[in-house]
Write a protein that binds this ligand. Structure first.
Ligand code: FNR
Length: 184
């Protein structure tokens, strides 16, 4: 049976490079796998009262259901102030509750970070990994995926240009799939 991998991009920006990378990765699914981009655009900020009062916004219920239905996750994160953008951290928090019903538990993941700068969102990549340890998300170690100068990678239609970064990204996706098969 085919496996589904959810792709989460940590940006809401219309012209987000992370979202463009997510679309590029979407087209790299190998046979037997379905990749789907899961939007964070409508996700409210988590409030623990939702769980205590059982007054959970519909968008949160829908997100939890969608995440529960995927078998693995590829996180594509930019960096805000040397850490994970709030929209992605919020998604982790939303999916982690109610207590004992986390949608993340044991789902094999990969982290791809990117930045227009040279440091490739290293800080966000590793802050994200810190949360993933706690959430019991086994995360691919190698290859590490840090994409610098991301603003130079797309053509005028927002499509990832042919070249070494695209080749590396494809290799990283293939490595994730090989690793996923051993860890799921
Ligand atoms: C940034 N940016 C940024 N870049 C970086 O490499 N390290 C950082 O710590 C930060 N911090 C930061 C904070 C805030 C609030 C903003 C808005 C931006 C720049 C960031 O990499 C750039 O805006 C990316 O284009 C954001 O990713 P998306 O939206 O293109 O996916």
């Amino acid at each position: 049976m085919s496996k589904t991998i959810g792709i989460l991009a940590g940006s809401l920006r219309k012209e987000s490079f992370s979202k463009k990378l997510a679309n590029a990765v979407l087209n790299m699914a190998p046979e037997g796998f379905k990749f789907k981009v899961i939007s964070l655009a409508d996700l409210p900020i988590y409030n623990q009262d939702f769980d205590d009062n059982h007054e959970v916004p519909q968008a949160i219920i829908a997100f939890r259901e969608e995440m529960a239905s995927v078998d693995g996750i590829i996180f594509i994160t930019p960096e805000y102030n040397r850490s994970v953008p709030a929209v992605l951290k919020n998604a982790l928090d939303v999916g982690s509750r109610p207590y004992g019903k986390s949608v993340w538990d044991a789902k094999p993941a990969a982290v791809f970070s990117n930045s227009p700068g040279n440091l490739s969102a290293f800080g966000a990549n590793h802050h994200l990994r810190q949360s993933l340890v706690f959430l019991n998300v086994p995360t691919m170690q190698q290859p590490e995926v840090y994409l610098p100068k991301v603003n130079e990678l797309f053509n005028e239609n927002g499509i990832l240009k042919e070249g070494s970064t695209k080749e590396f990204l494809k290799k990283a996706v293939d490595a994730y799939i090989t690793w996923f098969k051993k860890n799921s």
